[in-house]
Design a protein around this ligand. Structure first.
Ligand SMILES: NC(=O)c1ccc[n+]([C@@H]2O[C@H](COP(=O)([O-])OP(=O)(O)OC[C@H]3O[C@@H](n4cnc5c(N)ncnc54)[C@H](O)[C@@H]3O)[C@@H](O)[C@H]2O)c1
Length: 258
């Protein structure tokens, strides 16, 4: 039984995660906190917005006062943290927005969870959704493992790497029960049109050139978003504390969790 603060639930991955948890766990209460930036769209959640175990709050994860009020009101037992500035190209033009939301916002959530759970950490979960971009770039071959050294290359990945470190620091310093997964690129329904796959599909339909980086030789791993949120469900309920896990696509379309 959980009362969950789910951040960024109106975004791409967050909306799939919200839908899965609201439908699969009617006994849980899900409070979706989302600022509704350009990337957030409540249309993504129309089909579940009237479910009795779902509640939406418009607000900013950097707002400590709001977070404390929500924790006091709902007595959350878990946080599923998806809210982020997530587009690499935007991080190059406006890095401070990424540091504000991804680093300070995550720190504000950690601090509020710590304040609320200190003295009773049992059965609590703070789940941080991160990216495999914290590991940098691969050459022509190879793959990342959970032991790969962090080597972020953009303001986006550096801000996510910072937030990962802060999440782990709260585990080691305060024993906050954290879980982290680092996923590869997601694709699927409700993907914002600026991202590569929907942009390419849109350009093909409109007979426009495709925006491929460099010589088109870069390799990306793609994970179907509904597979990803099923994996998050498994890690949330059975994953080990503070043991990061990479969630990536496989040739067979399966996700491996170990
Ligand atoms: N999409 C991917 O391929 C991918 C890959 C790896 C990791 N991730 C990570 O997964 C998470 C979700 O990614 P996504 O693609 O769904 O992102 P998204 O950009 O589609 O959605 C982000 C959501 O967060 C909300 N938000 C932004 N700033 C906020 C703030 N300050 N306060 C409250 N809400 C705020 C937005 O309104 C939006 O609804 C992110 O942490 C991202 O780093 C995404």
């Amino acid at each position: 039984m959980h009362t969950i603060l789910l951040t960024g639930g109106a975004g791409f991955i967050g909306s799939h995660l919200t839908r899965l948890f609201v439908r699969k766990y009617p006994q849980y209460k899900i409070v979706n906190l989302d600022k509704l930036t350009y990337a957030g769209n409540l249309e993504n959640l129309r089909d579940i917005e009237n479910e009795p175990n779902y509640h939406f709050v418009k607000g900013d994860i950097t707002n400590l006062e709001l977070l404390r009020k929500l924790f006091a009101e709902h007595r959350f037992t878990a946080v599923l943290h998806c809210a982020a500035e997530s587009h690499v190209d935007r991080s190059i033009t406006d890095p401070l927005a990424f540091i504000t939301t991804n680093v300070l916002g995550t720190a504000a959530l950690l601090q509020t969870a710590k304040e609320s759970w200190t003295g009773n950490m049992e059965n609590k979960v703070f789940y941080h959704i991160s990216t495999d971009e914290v590991y940098g770039s691969l050459g022509e071959t190879g793959f990342f493992t959970e032991e790969t050294a962090y080597d972020p290359r953009s303001p986006y990945s550096a801000s996510k790497a910072s937030s990962d470190h802060m999440v782990r620091a709260f585990y080691h310093t305060y024993k906050l029960p954290v879980k982290i997964s680092n996923c590869s690129n997601n694709y699927g329904p409700y993907h914002f049109p600026e991202k590569l796959i929907p942009l390419c599909i849109h350009n093909i339909i409109s007979n426009k050139p495709l925006p491929i980086y460099g010589k088109g030789e870069n390799v990306r791993d793609w994970l179907y978003v509904e597979d990803h949120v099923k994996a998050i469900d498994v890690v949330f309920h059975t994953g080990k504390l503070a043991k990061p896990i990479i969630l990536a696509g496989t040739m067979s379309g399966q996700i491996l969790i170990w």
